[in-house]
Design a binder for this molecule. Structure first.
Ligand SMILES: C[S@@+](CC[C@H](N)C(=O)[O-])C[C@H]1O[C@@H](n2cnc3c(N)ncnc32)[C@H](O)[C@@H]1O
Length: 191
């Protein structure tokens, strides 16, 4: 679960940059989600908030507990129509989002090396130039390894545990992972 500093970073990007399309990968009981919904200046700017989670068994939580979280999060869509709950794996959900569509993506689902890497590869192309891809728990060696293999430079300017990658033409050339580079060149042009 993302701590207060990370939630602030997310709200900061939305409010300062007037971002309107946000996806959070990994919701669980919705601590971050609820904190964003509570912040009027942030939530009022969002036209679309994709909440992606499979809500399947995870880290020993019981199935019933997970079902409860899912239905609780679904309830919020009545008050916040911009909230789109995608009960899918992160890789399945990526297929629902066009490339270059999102302003901000926050990766906080499974923290294994393989999944973090797969999530970055699937979701980075969804972010438009001028947007941000960020993730949680950079202090985990699995997360750090995946992130460092793809990006030659990430910044952690606002919170201790986040990795942050600014998607722009300038930063684009700092992506190391070659197949991803090729996939994205049609979006942003060659650097
Ligand atoms: C660390 S928790 C998310 C915490 C949340 N972002 C917060 O800050 O309150 C991780 C969540 O990711 C979900 N998850 C793990 N792997 C996933 C995958 N491959 N696809 C979808 N959801 C996944 C789990 O079900 C769990 O709810």
């Amino acid at each position: 679960m993302a701590e207060r500093a990370t939630r602030r970073v997310i709200a900061y990007f939305i409010m300062e940059r007037k971002y309107s399309r946000f996806a959070e990968l990994g919701i669980a009981e919705g601590k971050t989600l609820k904190s964003i919904l509570k912040r009027k200046p942030a939530i009022s700017l969002l036209d679309e908030y994709y909440a992606v989670d499979s809500w399947e068994e995870y880290h020993g939580h019981l199935k019933e507990e997970w079902e409860k979280y899912y239905y609780e999060i679904k309830e919020f869509t009545k008050k916040f129509p911009q909230l789109k709950v995608l009960r899918k794996t992160t890789l399945e959900a990526a297929k629902d989002i066009p490339d270059g569509y999102l302003d901000l993506v926050f990766i906080d689902a499974d923290h294994s090396y393989e999944t973090v890497k797969a999530d970055i590869i699937a979701w980075l192309p969804k972010v438009r130039p001028g947007g941000v891809l960020m993730g949680h728990d950079y202090n985990y060696s699995s997360v750090k390894q995946a992130v460092n293999e793809i990006f030659s430079q990430v910044s952690k300017p606002f919170a201790r545990k986040c990795w942050i990658f600014e998607v722009s033409k300038n930063y684009f050339c700092k992506i190391k992972y070659v197949p991803l580079f090729k996939k994205m060149s049609f979006l942003y042009g060659e650097p």
